[in-house]
Design a protein around this ligand. Structure first.
Ligand code: RP5
Length: 159
């Protein structure tokens, strides 16, 4: 069971760390690469095709500005692709959000919030949980703990 994280630039790493940490917490292997839809289009396509053959089950793409990376990955695989728009320009990430989310019909990218690294990882893990019972158990546990943490802020609800 393996997930791929691809960043358009190493400047996206600070944001991507949120996803890497979540995968580490769940004990899921992650292959981290810097590849660009614009600067390394050939190598991006090659990597995606090989990664799929090597057993990568979900791709997560981090990109800012004219963020075409997630779409370029989705064009080359039938594995689920999750896009994380990165806030890396003076436009605040909205440009990356729209570039990532507005995919043509038939080639979806599941797009999370601007800089939404943790949710990207959680979504990927929920996809893996459909297939792996051990991941499903851990995800159920994670949601239980989240519920407990919220309720603990409301002493009147406890009991
Ligand atoms: C995008 O442009 C990258 O994903 C990054 O968010 C942004 C800036 O990249 P650098 O110019 O810092 O390499 O392609």
């Amino acid at each position: 069971m393996k997930v791929s994280i691809i960043m358009g630039s190493d400047s996206d790493l600070e944001v991507a760390k949120g996803a890497i940490k979540t995968f580490n917490d769940f004990g899921i292997d992650v292959d981290v690469k810097v590849l660009s839809a614009h600067r390394t289009p050939v190598q991006t396509q090659e990597y995606v095709k090989n990664a799929e053959e090597d057993g990568i089950e979900v791709f997560i793409a981090f990109a800012g500005k004219a963020a075409h990376l997630a779409g370029a990955i989705a064009a080359n695989t039938i594995r689920p692709v999750i896009g994380v728009p990165v806030r890396s320009s003076h436009l605040g990430g909205l440009e990356a959000l729209l570039s990532t989310v507005e995919m043509p019909s038939g080639v979806p990218v599941a797009t999370v919030a601007i800089n939404g690294a943790k949710n990207a990882a959680i979504l990927a893990i929920q996809i893996l949980a459909c297939k792996y019972p051990s991941v499903e158990d851990k995800m159920k546990q994670y949601k239980k703990e989240m519920e407990k943490a919220v309720l603990a802020k409301n002493p009147i609800m406890e009991g």
